[in-house]
Design a protein around this ligand. Structure first.
Ligand code: FAD
Length: 462
């Protein structure tokens, strides 16, 4: 008789539970927090949809959207307001608009880049000359994002494009992050074309000729991503038993595994480690020390979001574009801030405005230990400096996410390949989550689904 335990009920663990239930396989979902969803959490304050963690997912990756379709939530999907997408970067005391035509950090239009005050003339010339780079003959080892971007576009592009753009996604240090794991598409373009700019332009021509265009960059659900968690929980249904306890250890037995959670022991023939890798490392110390140390080798950064709600009339002059990024070179506390109602429709009533601020990241984990009032004071001081925003918020709320963002540092792929080889050698043990093949929600859904499919192949329906 097969039995399945999933440790961690974030989007990854819930995806595993949902796809197992679809295959007719019951499971026990064990979660340390008193609620499901992990870092996905939506609150409604004064009719504003406030995302405490992720606010959307990339359209280009299909797995979250596939899941949404299966759950019958397609009619609730909304896209980002791309037609009014403008993002600013804080540079030497003023907000500078990111030039049009940037594909992430790759410039594809000459005039907006040439006239932008974001980077200096030598960097602009370097960016223009990058177009003529030829593919390398010899294979290149994994490099840091800093080395990669600097090689293509120079140091200033690292400081004012790569670092601020990536800190919003990974909360990490581009000098440590692995380019093969964090920007794999750009590494492929480099291999094929030499020049990233030429590669992106060629890809775009191919996409246009195949009719693949027009999707919004980000998608989400009208009522917030908490809807997805609720729908997954409902769909996982009676076959899924939820236990709210932290798992402390896992041991092998003759028939599979036994898990200790407080005073309780739970037996299972299949176990999905769907918690953060640092937690999985602790749980597996007694099971396999190499698996545990490979899991522990994935560093995590902590992050924090602070939502502030204002009377719209009091801030309308400050509400420019989607928001702004603060490069590390210029940084004090804020990493970035988003005007929620500008980025997505249906999120904020017309009379109000919500600004979502991001703090933490590698180098400022300490902010999570500060009390809410002191955080609010720092945020307001910096908002006053950066956007001239001095209005009193009508409401505000701080959300803390300790050690929640996996950092794919140089050599990540090789370490994860070794980890997966070792996991395969222990029948019935699987890992899912943001520590392995992508930090975004679609990749997390995919890892949960893959774990469920592997179990279904071995177990068959109950
Ligand atoms: C502030 C923020 C903004 C983000 N924005 C976006 C975005 O806009 N788009 C996007 O695609 N991605 C975004 N991400 C990334 C994405 O949301 C996460 O990578 C993803 O949701 C992680 O899901 P998970 O299930 O792997 O992990 P988690 O959500 O971290 O869930 C792991 C779960 O395991 C539980 N757990 C831990 N230890 C144990 C234990 N011993 N026993 C039992 N349970 C345990 C935890 O309590 C937790 O609930 C964001 C992340 C953060 C923090």
């Amino acid at each position: 008789m097969h039995s399945v335990a999933i440790i961690g009920a974030g989007i990854s663990g819930l995806s595993a539970a949902y796809y197992l239930s679809k295959a007719g396989i019951a499971c026990t979902l064990i979660e340390a927090r008193p609620r499901l969803g992990g870092v996905v959490q939506t609150e409604n304050i004064r009719n504003c949809v406030i995302e405490a963690g992720p606010d959307s997912f990339l359209s280009a990756k299909p797995w979250a959207m596939d899941l949404i379709r299966e759950l019958g939530l397609e009619s609730e999907v909304i896209g980002s307001n791309d037609h009014q997408r403008k993002t600013y970067v804080w540079k030497r005391g003023r907000l500078v608009e990111l030039p049009d035509g940037l594909q992430f950090l790759v410039p594809t239009r000459i005039w907006p880049m040439a006239t932008s005050p974001l980077v200096s003339l030598p960097t602009k010339l370097r960016m223009a000359l990058e177009y003529f780079r030829r593919p390398r003959v010899a294979a290149v080892r994994d490099r840091s994002v800093t080395d990669f971007v600097e090689e293509h576009y120079g140091r200033e592009a690292v400081e004012y494009l790569a670092e601020p753009l990536l800190s919003g996604i990974h909360g990490g240090d581009p000098g440590q992050l692995s380019v093969s794991s964090v920007l794999p598409r750009f590494v492929e373009l480099e291999t094929k074309y030499g020049s990233l700019t030429r590669g992106v332009l060629a890809e775009r021509r191919t996409a246009a000729s195949n009719g693949v265009r027009g999707l919004p960059l980000f998608r989400t659900l009208r009522g917030g991503l908490g809807r997805l968690i609720q729908a997954m929980t409902d769909a996982a249904g009676a076959g899924t038993t939820v236990v709210y306890k932290p798992v402390e250890s896992i041991e092998r037995t003759e028939t599979g595994f036994r898990l200790r959670a407080g005073e309780d022991w739970l037996s299972a023939t299949h176990v999905v480690l769907a918690c953060e890798a640092h937690q999985a490392a602790q749980i597996t110390t007694g099971l396999d020390s190499r698996i545990s140390s490979l899991l522990a080798s994935v560093p995590y950064s902590s992050s924090m979001t602070v939502a502030l709600g204002f009377d719209r009339g009091a801030v309308k002059n400050q509400m420019r574009g989607f928001g702004f990024l603060v490069p590390k070179r210029e940084r004090r506390r804020l990493l970035a801030a988003t005007w929620v109602g500008n980025k997505f429709p249906h999120r904020v009533p017309d009379s109000l405005a919500v600004l979502r601020c991001f703090l933490g990241g590698t180098g400022d984990d300490g902010v999570l230990r500060e009390n809410d009032e002191s955080i609010l004071a720092s945020v307001r001081e910096e908002l006053s400096l950066i956007v001239g925003l001095t209005a009193e918020p009508l409401f505000w709320k701080v959300f803390r996410w300790p050690l929640s963002m996996a950092q794919y540092t140089v050599g990540h792929r090789e370490r994860i390949a070794e980890l997966e080889g070792r996991l395969e050698a222990i029948p019935g043990l699987y890992a899912a989550g943001n520590a392995y093949h992508g930090i975004g929600m679609p990749d997390c859904v995919r890892t949960g689904k893959l774990a469920a499919e592997s179990i279904a192949r071995k177990a068959g329906p109950c």
